[in-house]
Each structure stands twice: as C-alpha cells, then as structure tokens.
Write a protein that binds this ligand. Structure first.
Ligand SMILES: Cc1cc2nc3c(=O)[nH]c(=O)nc-3n(C[C@H](O)[C@H](O)[C@H](O)COP(=O)(O)OP(=O)(O)OC[C@H]3O[C@@H](n4cnc5c(N)ncnc54)[C@H](O)[C@@H]3O)c2cc1C
Length: 378
C-alpha cells in the first residue's frame, strides 16, 4: 500500500517537547508532520507545574547544568515571539526561585547537591543557601518550622497550558500538518528514510524525530533500540483563588495567572502508568504545604490531579541519533527546556546531526559493560 502522506520530517508525539522541535523545524523552512495519539493519551504536558527551572539540575549529568542555564537565558525570546506570533501570553516570570527544606537533613542534602551542580560551571553559577530567618526576609509567609532552603536567580515559571496552546497555534500558523488520533505502531526503514504505520495511515518521511514522551520506550523497540524512560507520578493540588502574596517562585507552591495556587508534587516511582490521585499522598502534600506556608490552613483545595513524569536513569534529557536520520528527543523538564528545543535541537535535526560536544546526552551513557562470567569484580 503506498503511503497516504509524504513529509520531509515526521515528529512522533504531540506534547510540549514534540511541538517545540516541530515549530523550530518549520521556522527553519522544513516540511513537518506531527503524528500524535488521541485525547485520552498520557501527556505530561497537560499535568505539570510549569517551572522554568535551573537550580539542582545536572547533579547526575554535569552537561545538563550549563544546558539548563542556556535554556532559561533564551526563554524570554521564546515568550516574546509566541506573544507576537500567536497572541498568547505564556505568563513567563523569572524573578529567581527558592527550594524549601523542612528538616535539617533535607537542608544538608540540598547544600551538597547545589555545591555539586555549581562545580559543573566553575565560577559561573550563582546561588545561596538560606536559613529560616534569611528565607523569611525573602518570603515572610514561609513558616517557622522550615529549616531553610536554596535560592538561585535563574529560576522562574510560565503557564504550561498556555505554552502548549501557543506552540500548537504557532505550528498550525506556520503550516505544519498535524495528524491526531494516529499512534505510530510500526516503523520501517527504507532507502529514502522511514515508513510510519499508524492506526489509520502510512506516512513516508525522510527523517523522523521520536518525541513521544513515555511512548518513546515502545517507539525505540520498533527500531530495535532500548530507550530507558520510565513513569514517575506527581500529584498536584489546586487552591481556590487567593491574593498573590509572594513573587519569588518556589518548587513547592506557586501562584498561577488565574489567581489559584498549585501545590505539590509527589515523586512516586512505583506508579506504573496510573495517573490517579490518592488520599494518602494528597494529604501528605497538604500537610507539608501548611508547614511551608501556614496561611494555607485557611485556604480551600478545589481540585487535584496526577500526571506522569518521563524519567531517564539519570533524570536528564536524552538526545541521540538512534538510527540513521532518526532522532530521539526526550527529557523530564520540557517546559524549562522549551526554548533550546525550539532553537537549538530543531537546528540539529534540520542539519541532520547532533554536535559532537553534545555527546554526553546520548544513549551510550546508559550502556554499561556487563562483566564476563567468571570475571573478578571488586
Ligand atoms: C507532576 C509533573 C510536574 C512537572 N513539572 C515540571 C516543571 O515544573 N517544569 C518543567 O520543565 N517540566 C515539568 N514537568 C515535565 C514536563 O511536563 C515534561 O517534560 C513535558 O511535558 C514532556 O513533554 P513530552 O512532549 O515529552 O511528553 P508528553 O506531554 O507526555 O507527550 C507525549 C506525546 O506523545 C504521544 N505519543 C506517545 N507515543 C506515541 C506514538 N506511538 N505515536 C504517536 N504519538 C505518540 C502521546 O500521545 C503524547 O501526546 C512535570 C511533569 C509532571 C508529570
């Protein structure tokens, strides 16, 4: 059966990561088709916290520290372009961010982590560790039980749903073809690229991008490649509308442009692909939140949700050409990295190669030598 669609570059996935790369490719003049699943599919892009964040990133992969710094530096250009081109304000704010630690043990672990990541960009990483008094000088609403926290000036937040909407609108306006309800089920290599078989269609593409979030594990199997991404659930609580009381962004709670606050989130490694919320976890999140911000005792929670993070073994992005002209783009922090995905990663796909100095992000880092039987291991 001949393919129903032909395209230069097929991007598989319809989340923030896929759309960031796809919009970047359209801006470079390429013909792009985005192939996505149905509305009920799992999408981290619809359930995240929306932080545009640097602090702490790269503790397990040093190259990730300068990469996330580069991402937030060009984020304002992305926000401005989306506003001009789509009319959507993605509500970017970059006032600096705090990470709060309830106990002295958490604070000591945080100090160690921050020293590690700062060491990856010697002399160029600004942060401070704060005790309770210093924290409350920045945000007076923080509770007396909080041991301390870390501050970095690079951190901020955006509205992730507005970002998702703006990327889709930009993609349509730039003439991209979007095929929803069309999960890719088979990938066949041909002399000219790839044939993708979806639930309804056959699409031929010269180049493909695997950007299907957790679906990348299955897409990798179609190419005979092991892509180690696993789900980690996060549950998030939403408050009723409250006056904006702080302007610093925090990992534990943030004000949303609609006046609500979101609070969270859990880190559940045993969730499988289940996005449900549970009473035990939401109760713990609420109890922590009231210790962090005592004023929340008077505020009602109006809803909650669960969503799945896409986590690699070192919680860092994976960028690789996994087969000739088949590029893998996946990460946990797709909001924070949206600007570099659109500007830089799209350019690699456009040029057909990932630069050698980005090799640290490749899949090879997860391939460990297996000791031969009988070999002596320490
Ligand atoms: C609770 C939580 C909080 C988070 N907080 C932040 C934050 O504060 N800041 C931040 O930067 N990031 C955050 N993240 C992470 C961020 O949400 C993700 O990095 C980002 O949304 C990932 O986007 P994605 O496009 O890779 O995946 P997804 O949004 O999951 O989209 C994957 C898409 O691929 C499609 N797909 C899968 N398989 C196939 C197939 N075979 N064929 C066709 N389509 C396919 C799916 O249908 C889906 O549309 C958070 C995530 C969670 C869960």
């Amino acid at each position: 059966m001949p393919p129903r669609y032909e395209t230069e570059i097929a991007v598989i996935g319809g989340g923030t990561v896929a759309l960031s790369v796809a919009v970047g490719l359209l801006r470079l003049g390429r013909k792009v088709t985005v192939i996505d699943e149905h509305d009920g599919a799992i999408r981290a892009s619809r359930g995240n916290f929306g932080l545009v964040w640097v602090q702490g990133k790269g503790d397990m992969l040093p190259a990730y520290t300068p990469w996330s710094m580069a991402a937030v530096e060009i984020w304002p250009d992305l926000a401005e372009w989306l506003q001009d081109f789509t009319g959507i304000d993605v509500a970017l704010e970059q006032p600096g961010g705090l990470y709060l630690c309830r106990s002295e043990a958490d604070l000591a672990a945080r100090a160690k982590k921050m020293a590690t990541v700062a060491g990856h960009v010697k002399g160029a990483y600004s942060y401070s560790m704060l005790d309770n008094r210093q924290l409350r000088e920045v945000v007076p609403q923080i509770g007396p039980e909080v041991a301390g926290g870390s501050y970095s000036p690079y951190d901020g937040q955006a509205d992730p749903l507005r970002l998702f909407h703006a990327l889709h609108r930009a993609y349509a306006k730039l003439g991209g073809r979007y095929l929803p309800g069309a999960g890719v089920q088979r990938i066949e290599a041909t002399a000219r690229g790839y044939i993708l078989e979806t639930t309804h269609d056959r699409i031929s593409a010269e180049r493909i991008v695997l950007a299907g979030g957790l679906g990348n594990a299955a897409l990798g199997r179609m190419l005979g490649v092991d892509i180690p991404v696993t789900p980690v659930r996060g549950q998030i609580l939403v408050t009723e509308r409250v006056p904006k009381v702080f302007h610093t962004v925090m990992e534990q709670a943030r004000h949303m442009p609609d006046g609500t606050m979101i609070i969270g989130g859990s880190w559940e490694e045993d969730s499988g692909h289940d996005t449900a919320t549970s009473h035990a976890v939401t109760r713990r999140i609420a109890s922590d939140a009231m210790a962090f911000f005592p004023f929340l005792k008077e505020v009602n929670i109006v809803r909650s949700w669960g969503a799945l993070r896409i986590i690699s073994p070192d919680a860092s992005p994976i960028y690789d050409e996994v087969a000739p002209s088949a590029f893998l783009v996946t990460c946990h922090s797709g909001i924070s990295l949206a600007a570099v995905h659109l500007e830089t990663v799209a350019d690699w796909v456009h040029k057909g190669a990932i630069p050698a100095d980005m090799a640290d992000f490749g899949l090879a880092r997860f391939r460990r030598d297996v000791p031969q039987q009988g070999a002596i291991t320490p």
